[in-house]
Write a protein that binds this ligand. Sequence first.
Ligand SMILES: [Zn+2]
Length: 294
Amino acid sequence: MTHHFTVDLEEYFQVSAFESCVARADWKYFESRVARETAKLLELLARHDVRATFFVLGWVAQRQAELIRTIARGGHEVASHGWDHVRVTHQTPHQFRESIRRTKHVLEAMTGTAVLGFRAPSFSIVPGREWALDILVEEGYRYDSSLFPVRRPGYGYPGGRPDPHWMGRRAGRLAEIPPATLQWGPLRLPAGGGAYFRLLPYGVIRAALRQCERREVPGTFYVHPWEVDPRQPRVGVSWLTRARHYGGLRRTLPRLERLLTEFRFAPIRETVAVLGRARRRTSRPERILHRNSA
Ligand SMILES: [Zn+2]
């Protein structure tokens, strides 16, 4: 049973939580740390013989071409995180299309490999923004990993299916690969990575992945390069944002070590290929081939 290890490749100053105090026009003045921190992740993955999926910001790719080629050469999947981390909730359909088209084009030119997947900044394909899924199909994407089936302030897709599935969209079909969640009694809790991985007990993530194994589906874990960088320059934000962004940074690497020892991982593109084959075999149970009419 393999899961998905995914990395949202962005700089420490590009996170949505800093939007109000770090203007995009000022990004160029910040020290770049993404290559060094990503090298730590690549070393860890290589040591555990794991291939991951990297959702790369177009803005970063344009400035770090060698890093992106190194990731691809390592056998990892390069996918899209949009151009400059604008949340889908802050974009018009036209702006969204431009962002994902430009990012796909730049990444494919760099790696020589088709980009199949997309993850929205801050999981910002929320109810009412499903038009983004149609645009992904129209722009040649095969899967999305943005529908977080939880209810959280600012994001989440409550009622979304927790496991990989096909969505039948007006524009065509798109596989959905949601981040891992933990079913706890009547509650579905976010347990896919990021701050949940650093701030909650490790056992929460482990339990979520074990639940996936019992359902015989891969769970999807995510981490950011800045989460293995305890010495990153601090940005002056509210105490709550500070706690979420800077809390537990020293725990990330030892916990990743443990996660990679206890579970096996493969890139998302492999699951999507299996889903595609399963869909063509009519005898296959419909469990993971659910058609989402949203
Ligand atoms: Zn991001």
